[in-house]
Write a protein that binds this ligand. Sequence first.
Ligand code: AMP
Ligand code: FES
Ligand code: ZN
Ligand code: ZN
Length: 298
Amino acid sequence: MKCKVCRGPAIAQFPAHNANFCERHFDEFFMRQIEKAIRRYKMLQPGERCLVAVSGGKDSLIVVDVFHRLGYDVEGLHISLGIAENDFAGESLAVCKDFLAERGLTLRVFDVKEAFGITVPEAGRRFPRFCALCGMTKRYLMNAEAWRAGMVLATGHNLDDLSSALLANIFRWDVRYLAKNLPVLPEGDGFARKIKPLALLTEREIATYAAIHSIRVVQARCPYAAEASFPKYKQLINGVEEESPGTKRLFYEGYIKHAGLFEAQARAEYQLQPCAVCGMPTSAPVCSFCKTWRRGQG
Ligand code: AMP
Ligand code: FES
Ligand code: ZN
Ligand code: ZN
């Protein structure tokens, strides 16, 4: 197996790109894919400040690493949820701190317990689906922190995440999510611009980059991870991808072209107004974040 570029020994095959690469040329390929995505979807202009939401997993840490290598002005944001099992919270925070510090970058930490007096699992006792509460809390805080700081928000969602979410949302015809599964969501009143620089890279490609660069990630697993909803859709798509390499990307890129159809529908169905408590945009009089975390306030 030879590298497509230099004919030296290749480290892995990437059938979707009809290519094998050696370490060096895989790295160049990976960086180029991200630079292309940034340009093609107008994610970030030189001089704009970017807040990367880091969980301690490889995807979001790699966004920090690549943006730093490309010379962008980046900071990290870690939301500490207080999940004590497996020392998940402690290890996640430590990994993020070290990773940003090694590169001389600032890490902002939002500690939910410090801010609201209880952890996410404690608040979750009132919730039928813990993951839904956790996801809503993270989405709200990531947006609010970036918006208030006047920064662009980047997350580590990759092609496997986005294509499986797309398939799941098509199964349910969830128009609201179908309008928002894009690599870039523009800024607006109360909304930071949201970018997903790994949108066109697969989990396998990202794992290869992590191995080459010895990226240290959180080993502890979130004890609630089994509740996450898309693994079966990931499996389905990977089955098709194995038969016809490149399908995953075509599926997602095709969606990007047609997403406008869903945007108009979502806008008509969900009228936004400022939340009566926090002022952030929401479709209900009080947003779900404030209903959960700011009971009795406001
Ligand atoms: P997930 O929904 O857990 O797959 O995470 C998707 C993206 O959200 C990650 O790639 C991160 O960019 C961000 N994220 C997840 N958890 C956290 C966290 N605790 N703090 C900051 N960002 C997070
Ligand atoms: Fe949110 Fe596991 S990190 S449910
Ligand atoms: Zn090579
Ligand atoms: Zn609110």
